[in-house]
Design a protein around this ligand. Structure first.
Ligand code: NDP
Ligand code: MG
Length: 314
């Protein structure tokens, strides 16, 4: 296991508890070494992980290409398997791996903390898996066994390809999970405030209660969620919901998808990373001035008491 962050820690521990012989390879002076040792894992340098049958490289996507060239390449020997948890470096980063090595993706659908928690509770998180290169004829089998050992086969392993996994993952976070949902909340919140409603009440109704819906959909699907909501909520959903997302939004989604596929998003991200996140910082600063976030600031001590305890999640 190269890297001991959100995914690295959870996957190393799940693999170990599934009976896999795990060694954690960390860069010199790594602040994560103590945590891994305390958990009972063998810790070595990145180079020290050489000789492993499987090398999982679970470090931030924007570090993968550089780290691979710098120190990881010699660790992945002919006949062994490189496991990644996201296809970004392969699809957009130009990551090149010598022939004779199996390259697979096993991408859990959620943060490491949840992957570990569910594993310990006897369940798991689903994962997508893909074979990027099958040099040995065993790559698919290795991906499936790896997915099983981190607990994901307990729920489901969805076969995909590197391009599909990467493009769909980026699109889902931009259109729905982060980009879309925040804008939807914000637009609804501002509509209420503009009509004279109390901002704190609007905040609670539009944002806070979303967790309940999301949780029901994750557990039971849309149909199961609809079975569990009030008659009033169901009627409003069926007769009004379709007016909310119109052609303009769909066209925006098509453009966002196109910019992922043609590499424009990856280029802009790379430019932002190399300018130490200048664009990201400016946009975050502007967002902080919005009414939604100002109201959030006011209610946070009561409503989001754990807000500033950082978890290394997605
Ligand atoms: P993290 O940011 O949590 O990874 C941190 C770890 O990477 C640390 O151990 C850090 O080392 C190590 N690291 C960082 N840079 C380097 C480097 N140049 N050389 C060696 N080690 C380095 O990453 P995540 O776990 O979030 O992501 C890992 C992969 O998993 C990514 O491909 C991501 O897309 C994917 N993924 C992430 C999910 C998530 O929820 N986070 C969900 C699904 C997939 P040190 O300890 O020395 O600081
Ligand atoms: Mg994802």
């Amino acid at each position: 296991m190269i890297g001991y962050g959100s995914q690295g820690e959870a996957q190393a521990l799940n693999l170990r508890d599934s009976g896999v012989d795990v060694v954690v390879g960390l860069r010199e002076g790594s602040p994560s070494a103590d945590r891994a040792r305390t958990a009972g894992l063998d810790v070595t340098s990145v180079r020290g992980a050489a000789g492993s049958d499987i090398v999982a490289l679970l470090i931030p996507d924007e570090e993968i290409v550089h780290a691979f060239a710098e120190s990881v390449e010699p660790v992945v020997e002919e006949g062994s398997t490189l496991v990644l948890a996201h296809g970004f470096a392969l699809r957009f980063g130009g990551l090149e791996i010598a022939g004779g090595i199996d390259v697979v993706l096993v991408a859990p659908m959620g943060p490491g903390t949840l992957l570990r928690e569910r594993y310990q509770a006897g369940t798991g998180l689903p994962a997508a898996y893909a074979v990027d290169r099958d040099a040995t004829g065993r790559a698919r089998q290795t991906a499936l066994e790896y997915g099983a050992a981190i607990g994901c086969a307990r729920v489901g392993l969805f076969e995909t390809g590197v391009a599909e996994e990467t493009e769909v993952d980026l699109f889902a976070e931009q259109a729905v999970l982060v980009g879309g949902v925040i804008r939807l909340i914000e637009a609804a919140f501002e509509t209420l405030v503009e009509a004279g409603y109390d901002p704190a009440v609007a905040y609670m109704e539009c944002l806070y209660e979303l967790g309940l819906t999301a949780d029901l959909m994750q557990r039971f699907g849309v149909s199961g969620m609809r079975n569990r909501i009030s008659r009033t909520a169901l009627f409003g959903d069926l007769t009004r919901g379709g007016r909310i997302i119109g052609e303009e939004t769909r066209n925006g989604m098509r453009q966002v998808l196109e910019e992922i596929r043609n590499g424009r998003f990856a280029e802009e991200l790379a430019a932002d990373v190399s300018s130490e996140g200048r664009e990201t910082k400016q946009a975050l600063e502007r967002a902080r001035q919005s009414l939604l976030l100002r109201v959030e600031e006011a209610v946070a001590p009561v409503v989001h008491p754990g807000r500033d305890e950082h978890e290394p999640d997605e």
